[in-house]
Design a protein around this ligand. Structure first.
Ligand SMILES: [Mg+2]
Length: 186
């Protein structure tokens, strides 16, 4: 007689970097790449890479809840010339000191047509294939609507991290920081 053992489900928390793990950087009114003013950006060097409080603890909680913690981040700033590639490597090495289980980086330019730059779901789908993740019990945690759209396209539930609660969003949940996201995950 064979017994059907319950299948082990592999679930993941897909986690954005800038604005979730680390603070965005305020460039004021003078930063106008290609003539377009952008006030808040990703850090451009190691000194500007400052993790938000409680990030390590939040990632540890997410891990203890049984989720693979998979970073999925758009990083076009080397391609667009805002960051030196060796500085970028140093920054990602610092990020890699956090308790993460895998890291996916889209380094393509915003005007490219890659399948990995969020809101496209390419990085999430690649991780799903690699780790055998069940998307129906997985989550995307991000601070931009493009994160939420990537999560929805990949078939996971979505959590928007935002200082401005009750913002217009298609996310399933809104929280003020990653610790609250960690506590929210079942
Ligand atoms: Mg972000």
């Amino acid at each position: 007689m064979t017994v059907d053992l319950p299948k082990h489900v592999i679930k993941a928390a897909f986690i954005d970097r800038d604005g979730v793990l680390n603070h965005l950087v305020d460039r004021g009114d003078g930063f106008r790449p290609n003539g377009v003013p952008i006030r808040w950006t990703a850090p451009f060097n190691l000194l500007e890479l400052n993790f938000k409080p409680g990030v390590r603890e939040a990632l540890e909680i997410i891990g203890r809840k049984g989720y693979l913690r998979i970073l999925v981040t758009n990083q076009p700033d080397v391609a667009t010339g805002h960051i030196d590639s060796s500085e970028f490597a140093r920054m990602m090495a610092r990020v890699g000191e956090l308790p993460l289980d895998d890291v996916y980086v889209c380094t393509h330019r915003p005007d490219g047509d890659c399948a990995c730059r969020k809101p496209a779901p390419g990085m999430l789908l690649a991780a799903q294939k690699k780790h055998g993740i069940d998307m129906s019990c997985s989550f995307m945690i991000g601070d931009m609507e493009s994160d939420i759209r990537a999560g929805r396209a990949a078939g996971v539930r979505t959590v928007l991290v935002t200082d401005t609660l009750s913002v217009e969003t298609s996310a399933d949940h809104q929280v003020s920081d990653i610790m609250r996201a960690a506590l929210l995950l079942p």
